[in-house]
Design a protein around this ligand. Structure first.
Ligand SMILES: C[S@@+](CC[C@H](N)C(=O)[O-])C[C@H]1O[C@@H](n2cnc3c(N)ncnc32)[C@H](O)[C@@H]1O
Length: 356
């Protein structure tokens, strides 16, 4: 794909949403709700990104191409255009340690994937939320249906591809070592290993490993002590001093893999009491409310306490609720008045289900 934006020449297909389960007649009293850990805005997230601190995690759960909310498109073909302005902005605020979790249907993700790649997001893994047969129980007429019933969504992990002086980290490490004038073999001596430094950290193929912080510090130290004097500093991002181990650790995303978790998440559809319903009825307020345990899992896997989580398409702010409970700071926007009011009431009430 060439490095050009998607054309805006033809208007998107119908964006008239299906009727919402619940609509509140009132407008929100305030356009900003916040506490110590969460700030959520009423309005278009595109207007907010530049005011939010750089994200460690972005949890995107926007359009699915199913007319799921006012403004969703009617099929996947228009999703790339729907997402592109957001994806472009995320790329401007992201750092090399940012992880993006992109929720969607399989075909929705497939349609948007090239746009994500185009704006510097690198695919890591596709996780499948398997809602199981309970999701379709009693709702399928097997004589009429023309495909197997769908009970899945995907949550796809992307990271940024860090670059230093225009090079990937893999190329930059080798290029810095070569600048020192030292033989490759001496990288092993620097790291006090038999052959692992050359084999792993200076490799230019698929066997390349990101040097752990201690190994990076040893390489940088050795190079700046023994490398050609004229070329110093080596392993420097600013040309003035070598990068510290702490700075190096931020050159890639965080991932803490929990035990026993695979990329297939068997987890039934949301039910009461977690499912937010309109007071006195069993009607779900939002058709796309996500499970808090899955939000918790992805947030904890890719961030630490105090880190910043963005939820660009708030809905009932499930990522914010989970982020706050995990000690992260969360920022979100919701464009729909009813969802904003239910979502902020949910944030005020904890995870309580019955709100209005
Ligand atoms: C799929 S839902 C998110 C559901 C949410 N993850 C939850 O668990 O409640 C997408 C939401 O994004 C909102 N939305 C769509 N475009 C938006 C925009 N540009 N800015 C802010 N919110 C937007 C929609 O109104 C909808 O509520």
């Amino acid at each position: 794909m060439t490095n050009t934006k998607l054309s805006n020449s033809s208007p998107p297909t119908s964006t008239v949403g299906r009727s919402k389960p619940v609509t509140l007649p009132t407008e929100p009293e305030r356009s900003l709700w916040q506490d110590d850990n969460v700030s959520v805005h009423y309005g278009d997230s595109l207007a907010q990104y530049s005011s939010w601190p750089a994200p460690k995690v972005i949890v995107s759960d926007g359009a699915y191409g199913v007319l799921g909310f006012e403004g969703d498109t009617s099929d996947h073909l228009d999703l790339p255009r729907w997402y592109e302005p957001h994806i472009e902005q995320w790329g401007l605020s992201a750092t090399p340690s940012t992880t993006l979790w992109f929720w969607n249907s399989e075909i929705g993700w497939a349609a948007v994937h090239p746009v994500l790649e185009l704006h510097g997001w690198r695919y890591v893994n596709c996780n499948i939320w398997n809602k199981g047969k309970r999701h379709i129980a009693g709702n399928v007429n097997t004589r009429k249906i023309r495909r197997f019933p769908v009970v899945t969504e995907v949550c796809v992990q992307y990271v940024r591809e860090a670059r230093l002086q225009g090079m990937t980290l893999k190329r930059w490490l080798l290029s810095e070592w070569k600048r020192t004038g030292l033989t490759l073999r001496r990288a092993n001596e620097a790291c006090e290993v038999k052959d692992a430094a050359v084999r792993k950290y200076l490799d230019q193929g698929h066997l390349w490993y990101f040097p752990p912080t201690e190994a990076f510090a040893k390489l940088a130290d050795y190079a700046n002590t023994h490398g050609r004097v004229e070329g110093r500093p080596y392993f420097s991002a600013d040309g003035a001093r070598p990068m510290t181990a702490a700075e190096w650790s931020k050159m890639r995303s965080e991932f803490n893999c929990p035990h026993g978790v695979t990329n297939v998440w068997d987890r039934g559809p949301l039910r009461a009491p977690e499912r937010v319903t309109a007071n006195g009825s069993r009607r779900a307020v939002h058709l796309n409310q996500k499970p808090l345990d899955l939000m918790d899992q992805i947030i904890r896997a890719s961030s630490s306490e105090g880190d910043v989580v963005w939820e660009p398409f708030g809905g009932l702010f499930s990522a914010c609720v989970a982020a706050r409970a995990a000690g992260r700071r969360a920022f979100s926007s919701e464009i729909d008045s009813t969802y904003f009011q239910y979502g902020t009431a949910r944030l005020s009430a904890g995870t309580q289900a019955q709100l209005f």
